[in-house]
Design a protein. Structure first.
Length: 181
């Protein structure tokens, strides 16, 4: 999983809080609202990278036919306790086989990054008060999982013999010291 610095992000959202803009000049790496995309998708040049930002209450099926054209889908976490974007990500990856960039935005905390990755997110914009070092450490904290996930659908019991033993860490000073993520 990669972490995005919002100040260095190549994707640019367009204004238009009161509905789709009257005119959008197609340009690479535009991040459009779902309303803007629906208004301009017929005129968007084929092969030009475009992204769509989805609210966490949007139906991902509404853009299913457009998925091959979308390079980025940004899913919003308006509050860190609202997990609907996890379900959207899982649906996009598992049911619709979306292969592009899936980005977590909004109230994204370090505590969420492992679950984000397991649900198919490829990038995240951490909340400003979150530590990038802690986020990277959180991704390596657990060597394996019992349950399957979007990124690794086989549960541990269905994996080849010896897999569980290979996941056991003999010595992890970070965990053994009682430190938290």
């Amino acid at each position: 999983m990669n972490f995005i610095d919002p100040h260095k992000d190549q994707w640019r959202a367009l204004g238009g809080e009161d509905g789709p803009a009257a005119c959008i000049d197609p340009a690479p790496h535009r991040l459009l609202s779902i309303g803007q995309w629906h208004a301009f998708r017929a005129h968007w040049p084929a092969g030009m990278p475009v992204g769509v930002a989805l609210a966490n209450d949007a139906e991902v099926g509404d853009i299913a036919s457009d998925l091959p054209r979308l390079s980025l889908i940004a899913l919003e976490f308006p509050k860190w306790v609202d997990g609907r974007a996890y379900s959207q990500a899982h649906t996009l990856r598992a049911r619709h086989r979306y292969a592009g960039e899936l980005r977590a935005t909004g109230e994204v905390l370090v505590d969420m990054v492992l679950l984000l990755q397991r649900n198919g997110f490829t990038t995240a914009v951490l909340r400003a008060d979150q530590s990038l070092d802690d986020a990277h450490r959180a991704l390596t904290f657990f060597p394996g999982h019992y349950q399957g996930a979007v990124t690794d659908p086989l549960p541990l019991f269905a994996k080849p013999p010896g897999t569980a033993q290979a996941l056991v860490r003999q010595h992890n000073p970070f965990v053994n010291s009682g430190a938290a993520i």
